[in-house]
Ligand binder design. Structure first.
Ligand code: NAD
Length: 481
């Protein structure tokens, strides 16, 4: 059925590929993958039907039993080979990411490297997934981390490779099988990762990529009783729906959802540094970043000085061909996403900075900084998921905290101050899962990541990542005669 040999970088003519080992004849529809920088069709990918999902679950369950029975060192070795395979094909993976997602080449290479790093990190955890011995009278009490079985990973289009790997790498390392459903617009890197896993020697059926529509293929994975955990990254409404569907089978669920993160600049901050960071803190990945710092809150006494630094920097951001090394921002993923972003650009919200974007084919949107008078307006409260931020003034710490927490989300945020006490007070006060002080860095695979409020449920990454894919079993062994 050879899906992946047909996947090539820079394919400008339509190609047809199929998910490995599925009959293509009965597939209901296909996904048309476009290059968002050119609007050219780059691939047609058949979707996986609910019946095929059921077959995939059966195969995964069989593969999982053999996988969990392997010696930990052997499992770790195979995952390291998988990581090596990713490393050897970073250029190809990055190229596909640029082609299907419009990411800049530098970002795409980082993303493929992140998937490799995750696999290496998870492989290093296999032998460290240790239980405890708990003191009891009359016996020995020990805990085990048992794998869950089959895990469904439902990934979004904004960071297709890393976010898929945040789920599949620790899940596999903990002894589970994985069904990965990539987003409709970005299935190509996932299919190549599946090929790399097989070439590395992972058993058939252990890691299967099932492209398809969320409401058909995704839902079939969520609803299947043989799938014991769903790791979902995407929008908050879909996350809520998935959680309620998981409830009937008491399925484990991790949700990584949206964000509307603050970037809080105090008057005592290094303004040059804060201003240098602010544009890409919301424009990276064309603003299609759940951690994007899209609410810039600036202490009133430095508001004008700060904007005098930031506005020209936003206007100077180089938007264009994602393959050009000088490009800082590429296109949006789709026409739908571009139209959604534009719906927030209404005449009643003043524009403080307006960048440039190419004309013509491609889903382009210029960077924008808005200064709404009403902090409760749509642009200031809803996740736009595009290259648009708002700026709002504040008076003091209490006011900054009130504005920062005036959101139903709580994923990330940055604080800029030279006052260590203030940094700690603010970091403790902001309701968000990932905060950075004098930086806009959010994600390191070895530190925990996840959201407060409607930004999600549970945590990914970090030292506990593997344990999240296990059930703790307690065993008491009597020592009485
Ligand atoms: P989306 O919710 O539409 O889709 C995400 C994935 O879920 C896709 O694979 C889609 O096919 C699938 N899906 C959709 N409906 C489904 C259903 N009923 N059952 C099962 N699967 C279903 O989101 P999107 O448009 O792909 O991504 C954008 C959103 O994701 C933004 O809101 C963004 O903030 C959020 N996001 C969050 C994080 C995070 O880590 N917190 C990371 C990336 C994206």
């Amino acid at each position: 059925m050879g899906a992946l040999p047909l996947l090539r970088a820079h394919v400008s003519r339509p190609v047809t590929t199929s998910p490995r080992d599925f009959e293509t004849t009965s597939l209901p529809e296909s996904l048309t993958v476009l290059n968002p920088a050119t609007e050219e069709v780059v691939a047609e990918i058949p979707t996986v039907s609910p019946e095929q999902v059921a077959v995939a679950v059966e195969r995964a369950a069989k593969a999982q039993q053999a996988w969990a029975a392997l010696a930990p060192g052997d499992r770790a070795r195979l995952l390291r080979r998988f990581a090596d395979g990713v490393d050897a094909r970073i250029d190809e993976l990055a190229d596909l990411e640029v082609t299907e997602a419009g990411h800049t080449l530098g970002n795409a290479r980082w993303e493929a490297g992140n998937a490799r790093d995750l696999l290496e990190y998870a492989a290093g955890g296999v032998e460290r997934l240790i239980g405890r011995q708990i003191p009891v009278a009359g016996g020995l009490d020990v805990t085990f981390h048992e794998p869950l079985g089959v895990v469904g990973v439902i990934a979004p289009w904004n960071f297709p490779m890393p976010i898929a790997a945040w789920g599949f790498a620790p899940a596999l390392a903990a002894g589970n099988a994985v069904l990965l459903k990539p987003a409709e617009t970005t299935p190509l890197t996932a299919l190549l990762l599946q090929d790399i896993a097989l070439a590395a020697g992972l058993p058939e059926g252990l890691f299967q990529v099932l492209p398809g529509h969320g409401r058909i293929t995704g839902q079939a994975i969520v609803d299947h009783p043989g799938v014991r955990k769903i790791v979902f990254t995407g929008s908050t409404p879909v996350g809520k729906e998935i959680m309620s569907r998981c409830a009937s089978g008491l399925k484990r669920v991790t949700l990584e959802l949206g964000g509307k993160s603050p970037n809080i600049v105090f008057a005592d901050a290094d303004l040059q540094r804060a201003a240098a960071s602010a544009p890409m803190a919301f424009l990276d990945n064309s603003g299609q970043d759940c951690c994007a710092r899209t609410r810039i809150l600036v202490q009133r006494e430095v508001y004008d000085d700060f904007l005098a630094l930031v506005a020209p920097a936003i206007e100077a951001v180089r938007v264009g061909d994602p393959r050009d090394a000088a490009t800082e921002m590429g296109p949006l993923i789709s026409a739908v996403q571009r139209d959604r972003v534009r719906s927030y650009l209404t005449d009643d919200v003043p524009v403080l900075a307006r960048g440039k974007a190419p004309e013509g084919p491609g889903f382009w949107q210029a960077p924008m900084l808005l200064a709404p008078e009403d902090a409760g307006c749509r642009a200031a409260t809803e996740e736009i998921f595009g290259p648009v931020a708002v700026v709002l003034p504040f008076d003091d710490e209490a006011d900054a905290l009130r504005l920062a927490n005036a959101t139903r989300y709580g994923l990330s945020g940055s604080l800029w101050t030279r006052d260590i006490g203030r940094a700690v007070r603010m970091a403790r006060g902001v309701n968000a899962g990932n905060l950075s002080v004098n930086s806009h860095s959010s994600v390191r695979y070895w530190t925990p990541f996840g959201g407060f409020g409607e930004s999600g449920l549970g945590r990914e990454l970090g030292p506990d990542a593997l344990a999240h894919f296990t059930e703790t079993k307690n065993v008491f062994i009597s020592t009485e005669d």
